[in-house]
Design a protein. Structure first.
Length: 286
């Protein structure tokens, strides 16, 4: 087996690790490419998958630390970069988005962690890496790595999103929701929103969306219907975003293009994530 073929066997796994660690498609691709360059120049590697996972995780840790600094001056809420797939089994990223941990709602919870906590938590709980290897990534003792993971679990306890709804249920709810929106029927919209519904927008100061989280069914409904009254009901196409149903909207007038995805729970829309920052959509054909 050639070096290229050996690396190719693990590429999808590495993209999954890198994306879950960073929440960035661009950073994930860059980390995997950097790992390939290092791998192609290395010799005598016995555990290729383990070696590559460690290298990618170290690169992602550096990216996470840089992102933490950027967020100090970021305008509005910060959302992960959306990962779009076709839903077909031959899509190279199909296996990545099957995991509940890659849903937008789950990644938002991970964003509450420190870079060290996120790396320890994801590598151990999602990918079953032993703490000896995680310690090597973090440059700490195994016990310290274990503590980072433990603190992460406590930080996300009670904040984890509900299980992913079946796509058929998501489709039924979203079709009704969008139809109610297009007709301007606030009672119908309210009836399809979970009482604890939230809308989180990410424009990064470069595109219009909600700067602060809109919380509560009534406020979310009025926010969306206000947009429809002002700009009209937008043209959109359905897509799979991080394994859940979402829509892509091209730029229309002075409204920037965006990717919007939803969390459906108990037959209602629980969360709406609106990613409009063009920097986070560069990999998507809007």
């Amino acid at each position: 087996m050639t070096t290229t073929e050996d690396f190719a066997l693990h590429r999808t796994h590495l993209v999954g690790v890198a994306y879950r660690l960073t929440g960035s498609v661009a950073d994930a691709e860059d980390a995997v490419q950097e790992a390939w360059l290092r791998f192609s120049a290395a010799e005598g590697i016995r555990d290729v998958r383990g070696w590559l996972t460690t290298v990618v995780s170290r690169i992602c840790l550096d990216r996470l630390r840089s992102a933490a600094v950027r967020r100090e001056t970021y305008v509005g809420s910060w959302l992960p970069e959306p990962l779009l797939t076709t839903g077909e089994d031959d899509d190279p990223l199909a296996s990545v988005v099957r995991s509940d941990g890659v849903r937008m709602a789950a990644l938002v919870v991970l964003d509450r962690l420190t870079p060290e906590q996120r790396v320890a938590f994801v590598l151990h709980d999602a990918f079953s890496l032993p703490f000896t290897e995680i310690a090597d990534v973090l440059g700490v003792t195994p016990e310290a790595a274990r503590q980072h993971a433990s603190r992460a679990r406590k930080a996300v306890a009670g904040a984890e999103p509900p299980p992913r709804a079946a796509l058929a249920e998501q489709q039924e709810v979203l079709e009704k929701f969008l139809q109610a929106m297009s007709s301007g029927d606030i009672d119908a919209v309210l009836g399809l929103l979970h009482p604890d519904a939230v809308m989180i927008g990410d424009g990064g100061g470069k595109a219009r969306t909600a700067v602060n989280t809109v919380a509560g069914a009534d406020k979310v409904a009025r926010f969306f219907l206000g947009l429809v009254r002002k700009y009209g009901f937008p043209e959109m196409r359905p897509v799979l975003v991080n394994g859940d149903l979402g829509v892509v909207m091209a730029a229309q007038g002075d409204v920037a293009g965006r990717v919007t995805t939803f969390t459906v729970h108990d037959g209602k829309v629980l969360a709406v994530y609106d990613i409009a920052n063009p920097d986070k959509l560069a990999h998507i054909d809007l």
